[in-house]
Design a protein around this ligand. Structure first.
Ligand code: K1U
Ligand code: ZN
Length: 177
């Protein structure tokens, strides 16, 4: 494996963010290509100071997410082919951000707890029960794998404003290049 690379993160409203990810091929958790992708995605998430990252956001359309909600930034969680087994009917509305929509934070309603099944980076099957920020982050990242960005929960008016803001930021960045 070569040293971990920082990957470019797609920004909303890039149409590639709406692709539906395919499962990682069975037992591929151990393949060098997946190990390298996991290392690159973790490096990219830590570099961007995010608490999660889905493969979709780095233009890889396979069901793989990385998460670290620890304060110390030393508890990486790798979820390959994650599936929600159960989501609590109890919901909570909290502010979310997204590395693909920089500078935008808004409220989204999510289940307070989830139970999921996924492969880890060694290809072993795991079941995880999550609540709090971890549960919210898992739901946010699993939406990315389905091609859904959190701003799609917001009103059409807010989405239009966010698209204008992103276009302005892109024009300014292009002017500085
Ligand atoms: O998927 C992503 O773009 C990562 C995203 C995850 C996320 C944050 C907040 C709620 C749900 C999912 C981020 O890491 S955004 C930046 C961030 O570090 C952050 C924002 C709000 C609260 C905690 C962290
Ligand atoms: Zn996101």
């Amino acid at each position: 494996m070569t040293s971990a690379q920082i990957l470019p993160i797609l920004t909303y409203p890039d149409p590639r963010l709406h692709k539906v990810a395919k499962p990682v091929a069975a037992a591929a958790g151990l393949e060098p290509r997946i190990q390298q992708l996991v290392a690159d995605m973790l490096a990219t998430m830590y570099d961007a100071q995010g608490i999660g990252l889905a493969a979709t956001q780095v233009d890889v359309h396979e069901r793989l997410i990385v998460i670290d909600v620890s304060e110390e930034r030393n508890a990486p969680l790798v979820l390959i082919n994650p599936e929600i087994l159960w989501a609590s009917p109890e919901k909570v509305k909290g502010d979310e951000g997204c590395l693909s929509v920089p500078g935008v934070y808004d409220g989204v309603e999510r289940s307070t707890s989830v139970r999921i099944k996924a492969l880890d980076d060694k290809g072993a099957s795991r079941e995880i029960e999550a609540d709090g920020l971890l549960a919210v982050c898992i739901q946010h990242e699993m939406d990315h794998l389905m091609g859904k960005v959190f701003v799609e929960y917001l009103s059409p008016l807010k989405r239009t404003r966010i698209k204008s803001k992103m276009a302005k930021a892109e024009r300014e960045a292009a002017g500085q290049r």
